[in-house]
Design a protein around this ligand. Structure first.
Ligand code: GDP
Length: 288
C-alpha cells in the first residue's frame, strides 16, 4: 500500500519517530501519522500494518491463513482517524471517573469501547499509546495488591468513551468477576470489546476467562496481540498463526482479523485507532 493520492498538512516536524531507533518513550509521544508517512515504504508498512508484514513471511499457500484485509482502510482514512484521538480545545480527551459497580459508571450517550486483559498484558501501555496525541490524559493504574480494582472511563471528545477494565489474574476475586461480567452483559452502548493477549506467550488459561465471557454474552470483540517487539519474527509468526487458528475455529464473536501491536515501537497503533474510530461510527471507511 502506498501513500498515493494522500494530501496531508505539513504540520510540525517533530523528532525522529521512536520506531526508527532505540526505544524512547518521551519521543514516541509525538509520533504523528504525518511523520510515519515520511518513512520508506517498507518501514512504514511494518509500522502501520504489522500483520501484512508478518504475512509476507509466509509461503503463498499459507498466506490466506491470516485475514489481513478484513479491515483495510486507506492511509487517508488512518490519517483522518488521528484527529479523533488528537486533543484540541474543541476535542477534549480526558479521564472522567472510575467505578467499581456498573451503577456507579457515568451515564454517557456516546458509543463505548472497552479494553480487557490479564494483569501485565500491556493494557495501560496500550491505552497510553492510543492517547499519545492527548498527553494530558492520565492513564491511572491501580496495581498494588489489595487495591480495589476499578473500571476507568475516558471521554474522547464527542466521539466515544474508552473504558479501561481491571486486569484479571488467577485469583480474580468473585466481586471483580461480577463487576466485569455485569458491565459486559448490561452496558447498552458498548460497541466493541478489545481483548488483549500477550503475543510472547499466546492465549493463556486466564485469557479464557475473558474469551468465555465475550462468547457467552455474544459480544462482538477483537483480539489485540500486545508486545510484538519482544519476540523474534519466527516466534511471533508461530504465535500469531496459532491464535488465528483459535479465533477461526473456536470463536463466534471474535473479529477475524487480529491486531498485533507494540506500545514501544507504536507498531499497529495507528491502524487500531482507525478501527476504533470506524466502529464507533466516527469515520466512514471502505475498509470494513
Ligand atoms: P497492564 O498490567 O496490562 O496494564 O500492563 P502494563 O501496560 O503496565 O505493562 C506491563 C509490562 O509490560 C510493563 O513492564 C511494560 O513496560 C511492558 N510492556 C507493555 N507493553 C509493551 C510492549 O508493547 N512492548 C514491550 N517490550 N513491553 C511492553
Amino acid at each position: 500500500m502506498t501513500a498515493r493520492g494522500l494530501r496531508l498538512p505539513t504540520g510540525k516536524l517533530l523528532k525522529l519517530p521512536a520506531a526508527l531507533g532505540r526505544v524512547n518513550r518521551a519521543c514516541s509521544t509525538f509520533q504523528t501519522f504525518a511523520e510515519v508517512l515520511r518513512l520508506p515504504t517498507r518501514q512504514m508498512t511494518k509500522l502501520v500494518f504489522p500483520l501484512q508484514e508478518l504475512q509476507r513471511q509466509l509461503t503463498p499457500d499459507s498466506r490466506l491463513d491470516l485475514h489481513v484485509k478484513t479491515f483495510d482502510p486507506s492511509l487517508e482514512d488512518i490519517s483522518k482517524a488521528e484527529s479523533v484521538f488528537t486533543a484540541t480545545g474543541r476535542n477534549r480527551i480526558e479521564y472522567l471517573s472510575s467505578a467499581v459497580r456498573l451503577d456507579h459508571a457515568p451515564d454517557l450517550p456516546h458509543p463505548e469501547v472497552c479494553f480487557i486483559g490479564r494483569s501485565n498484558v500491556g493494557k495501560s501501555s496500550l491505552i497510553k499509546a492510543l492517547f499519545s496525541l492527548a498527553p494530558e490524559v492520565e492513564v491511572r493504574v491501580s496495581k498494588k495488591p489489595g487495591h480495589t480494582k476499578k473500571m476507568n472511563f475516558f471521554k474522547v471528545g464527542k466521539y466515544f468513551t474508552l473504558v479501561d477494565m481491571p486486569g484479571y489474574g488467577y485469583r480474580a476475586p468473585e466481586d471483580f468477576v461480577d463487576m466485569v461480567e455485569t458491565y459486559l452483559k448490561e452496558r447498552r452502548n458498548l460497541m466493541r470489546t478489545f481483548l488483549l493477549v500477550d503475543s510472547v506467550v499466546g492465549i493463556q488459561k486466564t485469557d479464557s476467562i475473558a474469551i468465555g465471557m465475550c462468547e457467552e454474552f455474544a459480544l462482538p470483540y477483537v483480539m489485540v496481540l500486545t508486545k510484538i517487539d519482544k519476540s523474534s519474527r519466527g516466534h511471533l509468526l508461530k504465535q500469531v498463526l496459532q491464535i488465528q487458528k483459535f479465533v477461526d475455529t473456536e470463536t463466534q464473536g471474535c473479529f477475524p482479523q487480529l491486531f498485533p501491536i507494540s506500545s514501544v515501537t507504536y507498531s499497529g497503533i495507528h491502524l487500531l485507532r482507525c478501527f476504533i474510530a470506524n466502529i464507533t461510527g466516527n469515520l466512514k471507511t471502505d475498509g470494513l
